[in-house]
Design a binder for this molecule. Structure first.
Ligand SMILES: *[C@@H]1O[C@H](CO)[C@@H](O)[C@H](O)[C@H]1NC(C)=O
Length: 353
């Protein structure tokens, strides 16, 4: 069962972040930002100016008390120890921001917006150092690559995924998921008629710690994994993960040889996927196990893999459309925090997944 963190917000929670020191930040509709201890106790609350929805929060990787919060077209820099007026604000995007990412040295911040633009801000000079403009629809997610200075990946509702180097104004490489989807059709064993025409609008993005592998979640319920080699990338895995759009994907800390990926969907499910490095024998997919109606709100379902390289997966019926998922190690155990249209954050022990 999920523990509920329900004393931090009045409005639906939209985004989450955790610092290296295990402080949690959440952003919600109408300008709410809350800072939590790892026990789930609110330590501070603030309303950002303008009361716009807070769509992205990110801790500085080098200074744990520094939090970036995106709301409307603005990014506020907050001091989490004294939640008061922002230390600084940046208004460089011309449309609503959907996602922010800070590079490992806290020197660059990328902000993706509704116009499809990614603004890259130099945090030292406090100036925009690059405007990345190629998406033709909402840019839903952006992320810097670990260990690869100045390299980032973006995706959007134009179904495009792009690899950028901040020094260049044009993408190094791009892929349209719709074109990939046509090749995937005959290998997709879970396709059901209702989903045939859901276009793969890209909602979510996560890059693994190695910096060379990233995953994208899309409206067609699929997760695609890509491998970056030099200045290009290629799809190396695609599997049906949710019956509706995949609103969130998030890599977890990796054990050698295994990659764990969390996903959340508009179907109200939260899943943990184990992506095997070695190719295993393709198995005949079994029918989903239908558990008898249980009185427990939390139903566990073992699913068979939709792809030879998803070696196992477990899903939980969270029951509400997932706005954000965050894997973290809190109080010594691995947990997943889930934000949904309610004002509470749900915390699942990873053992439950
Ligand atoms: C972050 O960005 C700065 C400025 O471009 C760069 O010098 C630094 O190497 C980057 N850090 C990482 C770890 O990517």
């Amino acid at each position: 069962m999920a523990a509920k963190w329900d004393t931090g917000h009045v409005n639906p929670v939209l985004c989450l972040a955790v610092s290296k020191e295990r402080v949690i930040a959440s952003g919600a509709e109408s300008g709410e930002v809350t800072i939590w201890s790892e026990q789930g106790t609110p330590m501070g609350k603030i309303h950002v100016k303008g009361d716009e929805d807070v769509t992205g929060v990110a801790f500085s990787p080098v200074s744990f008390s520094k939090l970036y919060a995106a709301h409307g077209e603005t990014i506020s820099v907050l001091d989490t120890r004294v939640l008061a007026e922002p230390v600084e604000t940046f208004s460089v995007n011309k449309d609503e921001i959907n996602c922010i990412s800070v590079n490992e040295t806290d020197s660059l911040l990328a902000a993706a917006d509704d116009s499809g633009t990614v603004k890259v801000l130099d945090l030292q000079t406090k100036k925009v150092c690059r405007t990345l403009q190629r998406h033709t629809n909402i840019c839903s997610a952006v992320s810097f690559r670990p260990h690869r200075p100045q390299s980032l990946v973006s995706c959007g509702l134009d179904m495009q995924v792009m690899l950028w180097n901040v020094q260049k104004a044009r993408p190094l490489w791009l892929t349209n998921l719709q074109h990939l989807a046509q090749d995937e059709e005959d290998t997709d064993l879970h396709q059901s008629p209702g989903q045939l025409f859901n276009p793969p609008l890209a909602h979510s993005l996560s890059i693994s710690n190695c910096g060379n592998v990233f995953c994208c979640g899309a409206e067609d319920g699929k997760i695609r994994s890509f491998r970056i080699t030099g200045t290009r990338f290629e799809e190396d895995l695609c599997f049906k993960a949710h019956t509706q759009g995949v609103s969130q994907v998030s890599f977890l800390e990796q054990d050698p040889g295994q990659t764990f990926l969390l996903s959340g969907g508009n179907d109200g499910r939260v899943c943990l996927w184990v992506l095997g490095k070695d190719t295993v024998q393709p198995q005949k997919p079994q029918k989903h196990l239908h558990s008898k109606k249980s009185t427990s709100k939390v139903k566990l379902k073992h699913m068979t893999e939709a792809s030879p390289r998803v070696t196992s997966s477990l899903c939980i019926e969270h029951g509400e459309k997932v706005n954000w998922i965050l894997g973290a190690e809190l109080q010594g155990s691995k947990v997943v925090l889930v934000a949904d249209p309610s004002n509470a954050i749900s915390m699942y022990q990873l053992g439950e997944l």
